[in-house]
Design a protein around this ligand. Sequence first.
Ligand code: FAD
Ligand code: NAP
Length: 863
Amino acid sequence: MTLSNNHDVIVIGAGFSGLYAVHKFRDDLGLSVQAFEAADSVGGVWWWNRYPGARCDAPSVFYSYSFSDELARGWQWSEAFASQTEILRYLDYVADTLDVRKSFTFNTRVISTIWDDDVELWTVTTDTGESHTARFIASASGNLSIPKGAEEFPGMDDFAGDVYFTSNWPAAPVDLAGKRVGVIGTGSTGIQVITEISKTVGELTVFQRTANFAAPSRNEAVAPDRQRWLADNHRLVREGDRATFFGLRIDEPPLPSSLAVSEQARRERYDKMYAKGGINFLGSTFADILTDEAANDLISDYLREKIRERVTDPRAAELLCPTDHPLGSKRICMEDGYFEVYNRPNVELVDVRSDPIVRITESGVQTAENDYPLDVIIMATGFDAFTAPLFGLGIEGRNGVKLSDQWKDGPEAFAGIAVNGFPNLFTLTGPTTPLALYNNAVAAEDHVGLAAGIVRYLLETGASTIEATSEAAGKWQGIADGLLESSLLPKANSWYLGANVPGKARATFVWVASGVLFWTLVADIVSHDYGGFAVDGNARAVPPLLKLDSSCARLLDAMLMAGAEQKPLRERDVEEYRAEVATLTSMLSAPPRDTPGMDVSDQMYPGPGGEQLIRLYIPQHETPLPVLVFYFGGGFVAGSVESMDSTLRALADDLGVIVAAPRYRLAPEHPFPAATDDAFAALLWVGENIDEFGGDATRIVVSGESSGGNLAAATALRTRDENGPDLAGQVLIMPVIDGEAKTRSRIEFAGGPILTADSIETMWSYYLGDGDNRSSRYLVPSRSASLEGLPPTLIVTGECDPLRDEGEEYGARLRSSGVSVTVRRLTGLVHGSFSLSGAIPRAQEATEAISLHLSAITARDPR
Ligand code: FAD
Ligand code: NAP
């Protein structure tokens, strides 16, 4: 091997990812780069998939590079959704403008990629017999670049006519005019090719195994002045792409809930977005369609109705209606005129689920029950996604371990990009990265950016190798598995799960959440000095955010999808903020349930600021019953009894106790001590009236969540000090103990999720008001000179909550004052999980902890 064959980086692939990777490593980092591409030029999938009708389904202004003003200004898209030919021309233009072509060797397939531990280099061998070494490998070999084989269709070689694979369509024109053409496959590709060729072929037979959801793209030509404007203003247009769920901006955020609106309003929304077309139908209708099965059923019914309206033959219409998987569990296809194809007299739809394809014969396709004579067969049968392109590189890591062996049961790529035992290898746009529901042009740029950042870090620190630790890769995969499991995707057999390829292990290949969540986790890894990586063999601890429970991750995404307001609280209108918190809490509180015999009544208690409501939930049990006084949370600024209604009802039902939930005055209108005065007044009222509503005066427990936890803790102190009702216990759920605490969790989770350092600061300043009460123990319970004599305490904390440590520290202080304390930390849960239990099923663990606490109190002190 000659020295000239040694490079800093070898890039494989000349699609969106590979072109940018060469530019980034070569021009930004100043490294020597050699790139290989099996095709004869650049383009990636857009070089290979030249089939009639091929075009993108993300709007072209977004499905293009965003990093360069020069590139953006020099290119104008002629259609909203560009055709394959235009995208290929664009990638040619990019390659020329960045002058990356000269770094590529085309018509060259990489067949082996082997790590040598002694020299810490990769050796790459190609099908043309060349060998090259490099310190880093950036695989940009794509995830939809290796088609499924034809083994499922025995007899292919016997066919006397022509067979075309959409994934390797000839560059020269293919004449289908007047011919009998069969298309196998009705995914995104099949739908496009069928629509296009139906206009020219003699007879068309479509072999459909699974009907797919499809909605109109409403593709249209872009007027020249608009084209120019979009090119000139690309920064404005692309601004915020990465802060969205799909990696591209949509015109209107979706409405929060399909079920919370009337049938007419729902229909109007569907109609509007179906008419607008493109991503709007999936992205701008309702935020819950991909997470809530009932919401998904409703929108699926709508799409089926549309198919029945558009297809005149009722038998064909029924066959075209997807019934075996929820909308979005497979990629929703974009179409313009697809369903009308089946109204043509020359088109036949064959259901190969009930009558499967048996073989290809000399004359055409043979199913179990029929023969279909054909001149041409078009295979639109999809891809062996994600792993096949990587395995095709013949990658062997440390100790000769083959990637294909290590991943035979499924992938494990940390941050989607790094593999344990395979140093200095970057699997760009690899498994478990945001792609399936994401703008891939943005994904390609960001992945290259991540790989380049890692390489720069190594160069700057003088380190030689970097790879994922086995623990980190496993944890990452665990997160991806959790996200997948908590989504609707496992309800379909698709390439997302490897389920489209016979014999392939069913596993999690996709990141079923937003890019925002993905890149938040990656930022955490980077800010922990590449935590979870081993640098020169030294493993670094896996950073904390990897602990996030998948239901919390899903919730954060749902909020993102709904366009949750990102403005800091202090810049917001308080009433608007309260309304938003109320909607969110009502939507995400415990699911409504039947509680036969439960008596729910609103009473009034006399507070220092006037009468206030207290809602009683009295289950049908033998009285007297323990009473749980519950103060809602909301940062002293927002929150209400009403929006927590179903959670409080469920609590009373689960625990078999009376729950008494008072309203209290909110800041900033009513700063400290208004809320805590009301909280205490409510307890006094409970003590005085307890016999009337069947409560047991010896078993009163104060409780609350978040700021309500602060009020409960303050009330426990106050009733001790001012001879109020005796308490049998206190339950503090993710409580604020000291608004100005400087704990580790406050720093670790300063940016959220859910609760940020900034919003804590604002809420606390609202609660403090202008008053000079900082030293009051009823403001900061931990400032009490003595904590002795407080009742048995349960403190529930969330692992990913900025308030975690102050709650736990308060528990330690109580314990050292002789109070019986149980601290229950809920792993992976975020602040507010209890009131958001409808979206976070594991929040039930808080209720279970309260139940145990109550039975322990009763057992210890029956009084
Ligand atoms: P690719 O474009 O797949 O490029 C990989 C390249 O690596 C290929 O050219 C291949 O020949 C080469 N290669 C692979 N193995 C080797 C080897 N061993 N040796 C040498 N070369 C090798 N995504 C969207 O976001 N929006 C869309 O509208 C969209 N439309 C799509 C339409 C089609 C028909 C397909 C198939 C995919 C579409 N996608 C879309 C997904 C698409 O995969 C990405 O958008 C993107 O183009 C991928 O770019 P890439 O550079 O990562 O990989
Ligand atoms: P696909 O979604 O996997 O669809 C393959 C089709 O072939 C399915 O209908 C499948 O049926 C059928 N099929 C496979 N094996 C079969 C068999 N043995 N017998 C009968 N039918 C069989 O593949 P794709 O359509 O090529 O799309 C792949 C991905 O590429 C898309 O999800 C999308 O991400 C991307 N893409 C995007 C666009 C775009 O609009 N921009 C266009 C094309 C592709 P089953 O469903 O029953 O398995």
